[in-house]
Design a protein around this ligand. Structure first.
Ligand code: 5AD
Ligand code: SF4
Length: 440
């Protein structure tokens, strides 16, 4: 009988994409996807450790899998990714959950197949590489079938924001070569109407290479590939987003007009403590530069509340900055202590205060989102359709805004023109105009 696998993915898009690699490795060995965890022969946990809640979710589900394994001891349980890459974490986890068969970190994902094989000779495998290995470009991939394809352009992060665990578990920045990225992009844009370039800090793409590769050169070359497709990217660090990149976006119709530019906080004192290396004024200048080149750009941001020592006045700066920028989307987080990071040793803010602040931030954003949606009514957008249910198409505009409209046919994967007719809170509803574009 065919063996089945199930992958639990936690965390960011990078992990979502790396789970496609894990799936690729499993598929190349004859495994097929299981509909749910309970019926799988191999259960994988691709973990995240950015906040404590991410780890709590993993541990909770591991508890469920432990029971499953008591009933069916032949199940293989594998745990990988950021949570086990932390110092000593793999050994601690194995002690706490001895039923786990395979544990591996972020630098040796491509070895997963070998670890599965090794289980025929050994009871369990724990292999964490302390240092980042050379980039492995030829890991088999089993991609999700949606309209978007993820494409890794670089790995790791050199920024060491004082709250963040990522540089410790993902290592230093390593960029893939333009040639290998272009070869992958060329195949992808024949199959997918949208590709999203991934990296922790895409604006420093190429800095670690001696061949002159830069992010804007890469974007230009990808846009030169034939076909009608859309190119997005994430994530940008505000200090590194250059005018050259913004100009490249403005000059290329294939570039998405949606930029995720995490600000984290609005207070200069807090930004300094966070080691973000920009002030709120410098951040606002970047936003102005983006709007000068791209007046219709959609913007989103990550914002953290309750960073150590944050006062009411600091938080008011954050509220003010968010109100000034008027983001389309805001990803809001309560600061979570991460051991081994500098912020963990600073004076902490009371949990009740943190919760109250995030509530106010979310409420303010809901109002801004609704206002922006109202202002969009009457405008016409190019939309890439990504869902179709009960006669309603959903999609995203070039500036990253979600919009729904009725349609007799399933237009998933097609670019169409939609006029926004009505707003409900921050949601937009529209109608197809008769100008429908074909993909190729
Ligand atoms: N606590 C809360 N949020 C965090 N982030 C990163 N580290 C932490 C932490 N320790 C948030 C940042 C980042 C996003 C991916 O997660 O806002 O941009
Ligand atoms: Fe973490 Fe800062 Fe690197 Fe983003 S840029 S991954 S927040 S250290």
């Amino acid at each position: 009988m065919e063996k089945r696998y199930y992958i639990n993915t936690y965390g960011c898009q990078m992990n979502v994409h790396e789970s496609e690699k894990l799936a690729g490795i499993l598929e190349s060995r004859g495994y097929r996807a299981a509909a749910e965890q309970d019926s799988a022969d191999v259960i994988v946990f691709n973990t995240c450790c950015i906040r404590e809640t991410a780890e709590t979710h993993v541990l909770g589900n591991l508890g469920i899998v432990k029971k499953l394994k008591e009933r069916r001891p032949e199940i293989v349980v594998a745990v990988c990714g950021c949570m086990v890459q932390k110092d000593g974490a793999a050994v601690r986890l194995k002690k706490r959950c001895p039923f786990i068969d395979i544990i591996f970190g972020t630098h040796n994902l491509h070895r997963f197949g070998e670890y599965l094989d090794r289980l025929s000779e050994t009871a369990s495998v724990v292999d964490i590489w302390e240092r980042e290995a050379a980039i492995v470009d030829d890991v088999p991939l089993h991609r999700d079938s949606g309209v978007n394809a993820w494409l890794n352009i670089m790995y790791g992060c050199n920024n060491f924001c004082s709250y963040c665990i990522v540089p410790y578990v993902r290592g230093r920045e390593r960029s893939r070569s333009i040639d290998s990225i272009l070869a992958e992009a060329e195949t992808l844009v024949k199959q997918y109407p949208q590709i999203t370039l991934l990296g922790q800090n895409v604006n420093s793409y190429g800095n670690d290479r001696a061949d002159g590769a830069t992010f804007s050169v890469l974007l230009k070359k990808i846009c030169e590939l034939p076909g009608s497709f859309r190119v997005g990217f994430m994530t940008s660090h505000p200090k590194d987003l250059s005018e050259e990149v913004v100009r490249t976006i403005a000059e290329n119709d294939k570039m998405s007009r949606f930029i995720h530019l995490p600000v984290q906080a609005g207070s200069d004192r807090i930004l300094h403590l966070m080691n973000r290396r920009y002030t709120s004024g410098q951040y606002s200048d970047k936003i102005k530069m983006i709007r000068d080149y791209l007046p219709d750009a959609g913007l989103s941001s990550d914002v953290m509340v309750g960073f150590p020592t944050e006062t009411e006045a600091d938080f008011a700066d954050t509220l003010r900055l968010c109100a000034d920028v008027r983001y389309n989307n805001l990803y809001t987080f309560i600061y979570s202590r991460r051991s081994g990071t500098p912020a963990d040793k600073m004076e902490q803010v009371d949990q009740k205060i943190k919760k109250e602040r995030i509530r106010r931030l979310i409420a303010q954003q809901a109002e801004i989102g609704a206002q922006l949606a109202k202002e969009a009514v009457g405008k016409t957008f190019r939309v890439l359709c990504d869902t179709y249910t009960d006669g309603v198409c959903g999609g995203k505009t070039d500036c990253g805004r979600a919009i729904a409209f009725t349609s007799d046919t399933d237009l998933t994967g097609r670019f169409v023109t939609v006029r926004a007719e009505r707003a409900e809170h921050s949601k937009l509803f529209g109608a197809l105009t008769n100008k429908t574009e074909d993909r190729r």
